[in-house]
Design a protein around this ligand. Structure first.
Ligand code: GLN
Length: 198
């Protein structure tokens, strides 16, 4: 089975572990550079991107994660994880950095504060059934580079799911609403990457 690491510095790590395990992956926590060497793909959970960024730098994880992304490791980021994958962030706190790799600009807290969290049903490119999506102080993708594909938009056209090669990111949290198809899509990237490395 694919070996998946969930970056476990802060955020909704357990929810991702559960979905990944239910899908038959071998999921483990990633906290140190050595943990990263033992996995074929990485999940960046939802949480608070500025805190995860700070802890990643404190734990010496920023460069190893950047290197893994550059080397083509499949990554799936949800919400804060989308922000951490983005090359550019509007509304970042002072000194906030990202791992980058995804050629997008995201706007942090694009929908206002905690009270403006909401759930909605979204159409995703190529999927028959709607996705039940939970937005929690969510970011929005405001600019997409030429290699980036939009997978889902809100009714007003705001982009909330993107893919660039083996990087997948959603502004919402499928892991909290029982939605598994994004994780399946990510695991397909992991299988492809393993097959092409052989
Ligand atoms: N607002 C958070 C941030 O800036 C993201 C929220 C989430 O992951 N649910 O990181």
């Amino acid at each position: 089975p694919p070996r998946i690491g969930v970056l476990a510095l802060q955020g909704d790590v357990r929810e991702h572990l559960r979905v990944l395990t239910e899908l038959g992956a071998t999921a483990s926590l990633v906290r140190r550079p050595g943990d990263l060497a033992a996995v074929d793909g990485l999940v960046l959970p939802g949480g608070e991107s500025s805190v995860i960024d700070k802890l990643a730098r404190a734990f010496g994880m920023q460069q190893p994660i950047r290197d893994a992304i550059t080397a083509g490791m499949p990554v799936y980021g949800t919400c804060a994880g989308l922000i951490l994958l983005a090359d550019r962030v509007d509304g970042a706190i002072a000194g906030q950095e990202t791992f980058g790799g995804l050629d997008v600009t995201v706007r942090r807290n694009a929908f206002g504060g905690q009270t403006e969290s909401f759930e909605t049903a979204l159409a995703v490119a190529g999927w028959d059934a709607l996705v039940h999506a939970a937005f929690i102080r969510a970011p929005l993708v405001t600019e997409l580079g030429p290699q980036v594909r939009s997978l889902a938009t809100l009714p007003d056209g705001g982009v909330v799911a993107v893919e660039q090669g083996r990087l997948l990111a959603t502004a919402f949290h499928p892991e909290v609403s029982g939605e598994r198809r994004f994780h399946e899509r990510f695991l397909a990237h992991v299988r492809e990457a393993r097959a092409s490395a052989r």
